[in-house]
Ligand binder design. Structure first.
Ligand SMILES: *Cc1c(COP(=O)(O)O)cnc(C)c1O
Length: 399
């Protein structure tokens, strides 16, 4: 049992502090349901005894993309468990609405399809981006055409058919940061989408700096435990309606169990981000002082990601960690490390990786909640292993 819900959009009450929103937002209907914990509704379909009424509701959805009022009809249209996660994330990002998808890539695909359907197929994007986002744009798989620009060249790259400007800050994997207010000013009337996966709304709310769409791979910090794949776009209700219509037509829906886990994950997001960021800042400081490390990238904004270029062979570091897990992905409660040139950004052509500042010596680490001394001991031993190997030439590093 679960709520019928998906109330149509209505103005939200004044926001509380983020830590309060994180544990209360999206759960507004629970008291009326007589529940304390959010329920999980796994129904794929729902009773529809009044087919005349359903016809009218489906016509209204097809015409506007507004969330159905009244009980759900079919799980590809609407699910009350997922809707709670969407309401909570919108509150945290300070947007009117949010639309959840099966993964971060499904969310980005829906945005590109929505802009393309409006006849605006050209995208201006700033490198580096997450490897698969770069690939999706560069390949033109969804019929989009991309112009890559530096942040200050975005204005000059706009065309009459530009439907979207896309940027990540801090960017994956170099943690490069950009001035969002300045970038938004250069976009004019073209919507700016900011991938906020690395910062999360705890550290940065792109909407407050002029972005009109905020994208998350919810797989990362929002879920926070490495056990759920999801994506979400926070935006105004007009854009959300277009995205819901795309989601209904193309089927990239979030599974309700994932919606349940993501809502649960949001409750601890502020406290996880604070603790993991403190560990990451300390490790970044120690790495920067270490002669076995040539360069450390750590955002001014803070955060729980650290990237660093080693003097020795980065593959040896990956092979030598014992406590830290050598794995792609990020944002979990445990620490992960990977080599972007081999894994997360392998799908990006080598020259485009270099253009995006992704060195073959770069390692990307997602710092978890472990004790920082334990993490440092593991890193220290792995760095010793890499320093013991002959320093290869930069080209020999490419497997
Ligand atoms: C992982 C990631 C994505 C893609 O998300 P999935 O949930 O894996 O589809 C997009 N952007 C960034 C910054 C990411 O780290």
């Amino acid at each position: 049992m679960d709520t019928p819900p998906s109330a149509p959009h209505r103005p939200q009450a004044a926001a509380h502090a983020p830590a309060t929103e994180a544990v209360h937002a999206g759960r507004e209907d629970l008291t009326a349901l007589g529940l304390h914990a959010a329920p999980l509704d796994l129904s794929t379909t729902y009773p529809s005894p009044d087919s005349r009424g359903e016809a009218a509701r489906l016509d209204a959805f097809a015409a506007t993309g507004a969330q159905l009022s009244g009980p759900p009809v079919y799980a590809r249209l609407d699910n009350p468990t997922t809707a709670r996660f969407e309401r909570a994330l919108a509150r945290l990002e300070g947007t009117e609405s949010a639309v959840a998808f099966a993964s971060g890539m499904a969310a980005l695909s829906a945005v590109l399809l929505a802009r393309g359907a409006a006849g605006l197929r050209h995208v201006v994007a700033v490198r580096p981006l997450y490897g698969c986002s770069d690939h999706l744009l560069e390949s033109g798989l969804l019929g989009t055409e991309v112009t890559w620009a530096e942040p200050d060249g975005v204005g000059a790259a706009l065309r009459p058919d530009t439907g979207l400007v896309l940027a990540e800050t801090p960017a994956n994997p170099t943690l490069a940061e950009m001035d969002l207010d300045a970038l938004a000013a250069r976009c004019g009337d073209v919507p700016l989408l900011v991938d906020n996966t690395f910062a999360t709304p705890v550290l940065q709310r792109p909407r407050d700096h002029g972005a009109s769409l905020v994208l998350h791979s919810a797989t990362k910090y929002l879920g926070g435990h490495g056990d759920v794949l999801g994506g979400v776009v926070a935006c105004d209700e007009g854009q959300a309606r277009a995205l819901r219509q795309i989601r209904f037509a193309t089927g990239g829906v979030l599974h309700p169990l994932a919606g349940y886990l993501l809502l649960r994950g949001l409750a601890t997001l502020p406290v996880r981000m604070r603790a993991q960021s403190a560990g990451a800042a300390e490790l970044a400081r120690r790495l920067a002082a270490d002669p076995r490390v040539e360069r450390v990238h750590y955002p001014r904004l803070g955060g729980a990601m650290v990237a660093f270029e080693v003097a020795g062979d980065p593959h040896e570091v990956i092979g030598a960690v014992r406590l830290i897990t050598p794995a792609v992905s990020l944002g979990s409660v445990d620490t992960l490390i990977q080599h972007p040139g081999s894994i997360s950004h392998r799908i990006v052509a080598a020259e485009d990786r270099r253009a995006g500042g992704i060195s073959d010596r770069l390692l990307r680490m997602s710092v978890g909640l472990e004790d920082v001394e334990d993490l440092w001991r593991d890193l220290d031993a792995a760095l010793a292993a890499s320093a013991a190997t002959a320093v290869p030439s930069a080209t020999a590093l490419v497997p």
